[in-house]
Design a protein around this ligand. Sequence first.
Ligand SMILES: Cc1cc2nc3c(=O)[nH]c(=O)nc-3n(C[C@H](O)[C@H](O)[C@H](O)COP(=O)(O)OP(=O)(O)OC[C@H]3O[C@@H](n4cnc5c(N)ncnc54)[C@H](O)[C@@H]3O)c2cc1C
Length: 418
Amino acid sequence: MTERTTGVYGYEGPPCVDHEGHIYYEPDILREEYDIEPVPADRRLEVVVSGGSMGGLFTAHALGQSGHDVDVFERTERGEMRGRGAGIVPDPELLLYMERHGLVEDRDEVSVVMDRLDYLDHDGSVRESRPYTIRSTSWDTFYRPLRDAVGEDAYHMGTGVVDVTREDRTATARFEDGGSATGDLLVAAEGYGSRTRERLLPDVELQYAGYVAWRGIIPERELPDDLAEHLGEAFVIYHGPDFQILTYPVPGAEGSTERGDRRVNLVWYENVPTGEELDDLLLDRDGRQREGALPPGKLRPEIRERQNRLARATVPEPLTRYVQTLDDLYIQCIYDLKVPRMVFDRVCLLGDGAFFVRPHMAAGTSKAAADGFTLAEAISTHPDLSTALEAWEASQLELGDRLVEMARQRGDRYIGRF
Ligand SMILES: Cc1cc2nc3c(=O)[nH]c(=O)nc-3n(C[C@H](O)[C@H](O)[C@H](O)COP(=O)(O)OP(=O)(O)OC[C@H]3O[C@@H](n4cnc5c(N)ncnc54)[C@H](O)[C@@H]3O)c2cc1C
């Protein structure tokens, strides 16, 4: 369908049909081109970025294209970021950006291309196989080259920002170790639990969506042959009565996309009410009560056994075997989050720290990148920083709001029952 129609979310674009047959409107997160030009020396900014994951790194890279001097501060200690986000299904434009800027040589070589969606029946057979092209990558596909491009001297690990202050035309980040950094602009890309957002917008709260995502990943070659053959090739979906399981192949730990070297990624959405049940899942193996997520390596053995039992009772046999083969499972709670503002003098919020979009749109990384690209673009195309930030905020508030609503509707339709 080529006719342009006014979309249900206030977005004008052609309607699409998703893999479930529902009509939706292409979220249009990233463009193919951004007008990010080098700025004259007297307009170069000192920029402090708090948070060195997707939002922080894409922002730092894009601002660096204009010649701004950017320092990124990441609270995680060196060596602990690796493999953080497992599989990522990126927007094609994101891979194009990586290729154009020499961050990857060839986007085809860093992504696994699947050509079908397989829906499983409860007996494990393929109920329906639909032609559908999807590319998957992993968090490392972006993290490593971006961090290298930002440079060792500008990427400061183990440096958590504990406070942010706003001065006349500057902002300052204070670190756990007592140090500080002042910039013409401070970008907080701190993820959904952003402390800077909590301080700037104390009334804004994360809304738990009523379900969690269980995640896991395993090298293809550690799977039994029949599973490796199927799960290593297709995007596999199973809908249970109040849960949904997705598996898809992603590049191997060293980035290889060859058959046999890949890994198979799990996302298992399960309804879990708040209170005792959720707290129990998030109590880690060292006795520490976690909130919002249970990181890899921290699941208690009895919870792992709970999940294996649940799989045996409710999940098709091939996926049960797959789940049981995974060395580790970890948990991410799913939230909705919207902010009414993203700019506070010389401080701005972006990525998941501003709008947390439920993962059903596979939009979070692209949105975090879009926030960074459009920020760099606004600064290079507006006459001064204040008008640039004003224009940037208006466009990204609209995008964030639209995506949160679209993802909420999808999630509630597929999983949420609370
Ligand atoms: C189950 C699941 C599946 C997903 N699948 C996809 C997908 O297929 N495609 C996709 O595009 N997206 C996907 N996403 C979303 C994607 O992972 C996020 O949207 C993206 O990582 C957001 O990037 P960010 O930089 O804003 O936040 P984060 O990645 O959360 O990074 C925030 C960073 O800031 C650091 N930090 C926090 N506070 C401080 C501080 N005070 N000082 C210094 N550093 C700090 C943190 O350590 C972290 O490194 C998925 C998410 C989930 C939960």
